[in-house]
Write a protein that binds this ligand. Sequence first.
Ligand SMILES: C=C(C[SeH])C(=O)N1CCC[C@H]1C(=O)O
Ligand SMILES: [Zn+2]
Length: 624
Amino acid sequence: DLEALEHEGREYIFQLDKAMGARKNRASLSEWDYTSNITKENEEKWIQIRLELSQQEKKAWEETKMYRWQEFQDFTLRRMFKKYSQLGVSALPDDKYKQLMRSVSGMESNYATAKICDFKDPTKCNLALEPDITELFAKSQDPEELKHLWVQWHKEAGSKARHNFTEYVNLYNEAAKLNDFKDVADWWQSEYEVDDFEQQLAKLWEDVKPLYQQLHAYVRKRLRDKYGDHVVSAKGPIPAHLLGNMWAQTWSNIEPFTRPYPDKKEIDVTQTMKEQNFTALKMFQMSDEFFRSLNLTAMPEKFWKNSIIEKPTDREIVCHASAWDFYDGEDFRIKQCTSVDNEYFETTHHEMGHIQYFLQIKMCTAIDSQQFRTVHHEMGHVQYYLQYKHQPFQFREGANPGFHEAVGDTIALSVSSPKHLRRVGLSTGDAEDEQTEINQLYKMGIDKIVFLPFAYTLDMFRYGVFRGSTPPEDYNCHYWRLREMLQGVEPPINRTEEDFDAAAKYHVSANVEYARYYVSFIIQFQFHRALCQLAGEYVPEDLNKKLVDCDIYQSVAAGNALSNMLKMGSSKPWPDAMEALTGQRQMKADGLLEYFRPLQEWLTAENQRTGEYIGWEPSKTQYC
Ligand SMILES: C=C(C[SeH])C(=O)N1CCC[C@H]1C(=O)O
Ligand SMILES: [Zn+2]
């Protein structure tokens, strides 16, 4: 009878889950070995192990199909069977599976090892993205130098990936169809368990677009004032190489010379951290301490022992920051790039003297607030792993991919508040006045608001590619059409289909879905608002308890609510997790818009005062 069958199903699935845990542990260890020492030999080992594991997954999948799990009474049991009934890329025949893995690892290693020549010294041709190009791009205010760095990087990391990318699209789409999806776009969106995901993304963009347009207009004016109207037009898109970031996804690096009140004391965390001899180690310790202050879990010993945060000089590694769960309940790591330079050498030895297990900690680029945000971002991933490590392996993931990206950033919203920076001695700024608050909101806005159209573009582009509505001969043209339409940016020089600029972004070369960050940058404000209310730090309409100045540090009430949501992992559909923390069951832009309301009002008035054109006319550069 069904009762007995369900009982047998439960026995079976928990055995399967344990075996899956062991497989995931092996897969993570071999991927770690490859990405922290990029060699042909390690690539072969990683591919071999993945192939073995896929055969085991295929066998398990055949068995699972024999159970009539859709009729089971137990919700959790049905949910586990449902997840196991999806085989994934292992559904491909072995030769195609290997080909798909080779095309992705080919793109990823090309991206990780790409080098370009320096603008000032053309004989110096060993500039890597981290830390060299990133640092130059953040600091240079010479449009010609910025154009050189932009064009060279997009040539080395973008164009060279085009062949592998088209092969990856075909094979990945084949795998999607073998999993009963129309294409990869359909597969990626299924992770969000709603049937109108793309409409929800569009609605969120409609809600945020007016605010973005005001910010875009203001920044364009400030850049035109600085570089002249032959470089920045009055009504056109903003040239993408002038925004302080290779992908124009965050504009924090141009804050020093574009903020609303330039003479207002700036809370420059980077400067203070340097003065206080900060190292990455200290930032990781501070982040760990923040989570502990909320009654969340301390980083386990293996984290401090096994993480890699030094960019080795003797080998190539994948530098893009990442957090890892090895599915054994103890081993969790971060791999974040650093490079040895004498400024931190002494500090590191000094630190090493204090701490037995410590990893060689130094930051790739100088200690700066962007790196500080990345540290919190990565530590948020590890905190989520720690909270749900008691779940069955199949549920050891975020409620949806956006949740996993939002944890660290939500904490960083408190850490970057003026109140918190004063609390930890990173700022001696006096209490807030109106102008300082606008400067603070502007600094947060050119990181958080401008990111949204970039993130939206990246996966709208790939949805079109996977659906075939964007054919390979139009890849670059469609990419720039979307970037102009949504972000209001244009390439610094004409582009052709010899170029493939999308792959110059890590996540396109590494096959990492990106809508997760778009979701994260929306829901992190819903999380932040809920936590601030729980911490008694935010009371609607109370001018002494404003959202912009909320810091949940040491609030056990907020921490317990956060950990209760994180502990769920993906055991329930994400609206249940969202509701547990915020009382809302939908993604909504209301949290973000409430946070930035004072900035939106200021920008609207300022753009009226200067008569700046809101929005942008078609670009004059050629790219189609
Ligand atoms: C820090 C990470 C590793 Se999950 C990252 O890729 N992020 C974090 C914010 C957006 C996105 C990016 O760098 O493009
Ligand atoms: Zn992340």
